[in-house]
Write a protein that binds this ligand. Structure first.
Ligand SMILES: [Zn+2]
Length: 477
């Protein structure tokens, strides 16, 4: 790692983002343009994300399975909107084992089609419902403009696919999973996301309604951080997913799909990071506490290291790393672990050994203000309480930042102005013409229509016609 300072976040956000990822060793560019290599530290964050989500999925009755990477091209063509939406991004295999294939195979961009095909085979009766399956997988979408974590040709995610007996059950599931994502984002990633419905033009190809959680990044741009789709009977009709109801009549199922990807790591970087680098939310941080021993000679070394080992053992309930590398100075290590976003640092020097205490430094509060001495007897409790405080502080900071950058513009002219440095929350008549005009004039898009709406109606910010709903509008990643 080189010692040059990171670009300032306020001056060049995009370069800051790229360099943080590289220098913190989260990910790297792959030989194929647009692909990414997730390095061990980045993957460790993803594993913690997986665990937090997987526990929630299972608690609500979902199970995991694995479906194939290759999908017959004809499957995608069965759902008209779906193939229209995805065909520009498809990677297609035409040769296998040296022979031209009879039917081209698509590398999955998402798995509604192949899972729909299997559900048609597995679901026979109302007794088989609901089917609540999730898979952890990688998918390929041939994106032209890519950025590490935010938009890559191949990415990792989970996709849930469920089938239900009634329309209401399908809609309930769609919203349940939307709320699961919001709960995860807020309580694990400390990102205050806004859940809501996507507009017609922004919805998933083949869905009846799409919902998303939207997060504000440190440069005020929006990031769609998870989506949940009510697919109605569209895929059930395309794939003949039918069941015999209690009256022995054949009915089409109601299906949903929902996904959250490695994109959320980009959200964590951009929502919490600062000029020193990453600031990881404690519940997802691969290393929650790093111990840095400080000594000047061999005598001090053995006393300090033995106490450091003892502290590490005492804190075995947390994810702790003892940085006992001897070829680097403590100052170098401080910078490195700050860059890598470790929530807490414990410093142990000869004076601390003498006093049977350690110095703790918080990543979220830089400098002296974030440092405090703690006696060993209180250490375990104190670490637990500090990690909790850091989570709360990150969430509060991100919420205050978000709320300070959401505006209710008075007219269309003001709308364009506020979108330069924030989001607008405005009445919109629902027409795609008005939506398109905003996009052409400002490059901003409608992000989501929150489920909780103000009681009174208003006037569309674009055309002035009566409007019943308010929508978030922002430039987005
Ligand atoms: Zn309008």
């Amino acid at each position: 790692m080189d010692n040059e300072k990171l670009p300032r976040r306020s001056e060049n956000f995009s370069e800051w983002y790229n360099q943080v990822i590289q220098r913190a060793e989260l990910a790297d560019y792959a030989p194929v343009r647009g692909c990414m290599v997730v390095r061990p530290y980045g993957w460790a964050i993803w594993e913690n994300i997986q665990k937090a989500l997987d526990d929630r999925f299972k608690a609500s009755g979902h199970v995991n399975a694995a479906f194939p990477l290759l999908i017959p091209m004809s499957f995608l063509e069965k759902e008209k909107e779906h193939v229209k939406g995805f065909s520009p991004e498809l990677a297609i295999v035409t040769i296998g084992g040296g022979e031209t294939l009879e039917e081209p195979l698509v590398i999955r961009p998402t798995s509604e089609t192949i899972i729909g095909h299997m559900y048609a085979k597995w679901i026979k009766s109302y007794r088989d419902l609901p089917v609540l399956i999730n898979q952890w997988a990688n998918v390929v979408r041939w994106e032209m403009r890519t950025r590490l974590f935010l938009r890559t040709l191949e990415f990792y995610w989970q996709e849930g696919h469920t089938a239900h007996a009634t329309e209401k059950e399908g809609q309930d599931e769609t919203l349940r999973m939307l709320n699961t994502y919001a709960d995860f984002a807020i309580n694990e990633a400390a990102i205050p996301v806004i859940p809501g419905r996507k507009s017609e033009s922004e919805k998933f190809a083949g869905a009846v309604h799409s919902f998303s959680i939207e997060a504000m990044m440190g440069d005020t741009r929006a990031l769609q951080s998870g989506t949940s789709h009510n697919l109605g009977q569209n895929f059930a009709r395309a794939f003949d997913i039918q069941y015999l109801d209690q009256n022995n009549e054949l009915q089409y199922c109601w299906t949903t799909s929902w996904g959250l990807s490695t994109r959320i790591i980009g959200a964590i970087i951009m929502a919490h990071g600062d000029d020193q680098g990453l600031v990881l939310p404690p519940r997802l941080a691969p290393i929650q506490v790093v111990i840095v021993p400080i000594f000047h000679d061999d005598n001090e070394k053995s006393a300090v290291l033995s106490m450091a080992e003892k502290v590490k053992q005492q804190l075995s309930d947390f994810r702790v790393k003892l940085d006992d590398r001897t070829e680097m100075t403590p100052g170098f290590k401080f910078n490195e672990w700050e860059l890598r976003g470790v929530p807490l640092r414990i410093e142990i020097g000869p004076k601390d050994v003498a006093k049977n205490s350690v110095m703790i430094a918080r990543r979220d509060i830089p400098g002296r203000e974030g440092k405090s001495p703690v006696e060993l007897a209180q250490l375990t409790e104190e670490i637990s309480s500090l990690l909790q405080k850091i989570h709360v502080n990150l969430l509060e900071k991100a919420t205050a930042f978000r709320d300070a950058h959401i505006f209710d513009p008075f007219d269309y002219q003001e709308l364009a102005k506020v979108l330069e440095n924030g989001w607008a929350y405005s009445y919109w008549c629902g027409s795609s013409e008005c939506e398109q005009k905003i996009k052409e004039d400002t490059k901003a898009t409608t992000r989501c229509i929150p489920l909780d709406q103000p009681a009174k109606t208003g006037k569309c910010i674009v055309c002035g016609k009566p409007a019943t709903e308010k929508v978030y509008i922002a430039r987005a990643y």
